[in-house]
Design a protein around this ligand. Structure first.
Ligand code: B12
Ligand code: SF4
Ligand code: SF4
Length: 376
């Protein structure tokens, strides 16, 4: 088999099926990443969403016997919506980050990778292929970096010279011996804009993150958001783009190559108050196709409450009181109590006292206490 020729054919085919960049990396162990992951673990800087087995994360041979090459792909996503929301004054909205615009990217990239797999297997029937996107064992960024897709920026993102960092990543381990591509040079230089822009100081130093402080992470947790971060979340319902919007490499980058990635503004910039009343079924029907829905409705509703507090939306008091009195989830009742304290007013005060007299959950009671203190 002429693998140089096949590599060329794969590159050409990838363009036909809507892959914006492709690169080839050797499947040898990721030694530097291993040290990095161990260090992150030691420091308590991981999010907990990563594959826990560091050996599997850094040794592709454990994932496929005879692994030789990892094919890395990148698909560019839009940074600006084509359609705008028609909003009335005072109707407050929340925001899903760009990586959750359009159809869940896991589905889009997996579809591209399975086409690639089919193409390869037609030519090399004995080829083994193991595709993965985000939820696989490997670090998608470390693979992309090795495959020359882009450099690893100080904001941790893989930045491509063509599309900036607004790219989704995926990869496929194969047992085929392609010649690997060269990694790129780092182009961040003296720039420090992402680190300065991060609202919570989560980027501790160039290329290192304390995920526990990252707003993107915090919007995806299911429990109470620690006090120090609540005001920083603003109106983010899912994810955070601040370290990417601040990056000069993303300036003017806005690619609309993939129809499925087009954002529906009413979905990704939804009105906040109606979110509080959604049943599970309604949530699934309205938001289920978004990547940002993977943790279910609870974190989104909690973030919506935090956003209403951020806007000090007095028109939301009745809705928040309803949550405080009736929601079965302590995290929502408690966050609503805190939000009522933030928004303030006589009604909020009365309702907080009333709730205090009948609430039985300790954590919610603490939040009611906090809410009342905010009113003082
Ligand atoms: C866990 C996770 C998170 C966590 C932790 C993020 C993090 N930076 O580690 C949280 C929830 C915070 C998160 C947030 C986001 N995520 Co995320 N996330 C992941 C996931 C599942 C694992 C990442 C991981 O293992 N991190 C551990 C760190 C240590 O490793 P790494 O970043 O993968 O690899 C780099 C470092 O190790 C570094 N490195 C290695 N050795 C050394 C040594 C030195 C000295 C230095 C400086 C660096 C360094 O180089 C590697 C390559 O860049 C990946 C998917 C996957 N399977 O890989 C997606 C992924 C990284 N996320 C992605 C996205 C889009 C995001 C968000 C932008 C979403 C949003 N808008 O909110 C934010 C960005 C936050 C940020 N600044 O990183 C994309 C990134 C695309 C890109 N262009 O880079 C990925 C690849 C998903 C995908 N398939 O597209 N995410
Ligand atoms: S995603 Fe937001 S909170 Fe997380 S590192 Fe980037 S700017 Fe900071
Ligand atoms: S903002 Fe500057 S330092 Fe940060 S990733 Fe972009 S180029 Fe690199």
């Amino acid at each position: 088999m002429d693998y140089d020729k096949l590599k060329q054919e794969i590159i050409e085919y990838s363009q036909v099926i809507g892959i914006d960049k492709i690169g080839f990396a050797s499947a040898s162990t990721f030694d530097e990443l291993k040290n990095r992951l161990l260090r992150q673990q030691e420091l308590g800087y991981q999010s907990g969403f990563e594959e826990p087995d560091i050996e599997k994360r850094t040794n592709p041979a454990l994932l496929m016997e005879g692994a030789r090459t990892i094919i890395s792909i990148a698909l560019a996503y839009p940074s600006k919506m084509s359609k705008r929301v028609v909003s009335k004054k005072g109707q407050r909205r929340g925001l899903f980050a760009r990586a959750s615009w359009g159809l869940d990217y896991h589905l889009i990239l997996k579809e591209r990778l399975s086409k690639l797999e089919e193409f390869i297997k037609e030519r090399v029937p004995e080829a083994k292929c193991k595709p993965m996107v985000d939820t696989g064992e490997l670090s998608d960024r470390a693979v992309a970096e090795r495959a020359g897709i882009g450099w690893s920026g100080k904001n941790c993102a893989i930045i491509t010279p063509e599309f900036g960092s607004y790219v989704y990543l995926g990869e496929m381990i194969t047992n085929l011996p392609f010649v690997p591509d060269e990694p790129m040079e780092d182009r961040c230089g003296d720039c420090n804009k992402c680190i300065e822009a991060c609202p919570t100081g989560a980027l501790v130093q160039g290329g290192q993150i304390n995920a526990q402080r990252c707003i993107s992470f915090l919007t995806q947790t299911k429990d109470f958001v620690p006090d120090e971060f609540r005001d920083k979340i603003g109106n983010r319902l899912y994810g955070c783009d601040s370290c990417q919007t601040a990056c000069p490499e993303n300036k003017g980058r806005n690619f609309h190559f993939h129809e499925e990635m087009e954002a529906e503004p009413e979905m990704v910039k939804p009105l906040l108050k109606p979110l509080l009343q959604l049943s599970n079924r309604q949530f699934k029907a309205s938001f289920g196709t978004l990547a940002g829905a993977w943790r279910g409705k609870r974190p989104i509703q909690r973030n919506a409450i935090i956003a209403l507090a951020h806007f000090k939306d007095e028109t939301a008091v009745d809705d928040l009181v309803d949550v405080l009195n009736h929601d079965p989830q302590p995290v929502l009742r408690g966050t609503a109590a805190w939000a009522l304290g933030k928004i303030g007013g006589e009604k909020a005060k009365q309702e907080l006292f009333h709730a205090q007299s009948k609430e039985t959950d300790d954590e919610v009671l603490k939040e009611i206490e906090k809410g009342l203190q905010l009113l003082d």
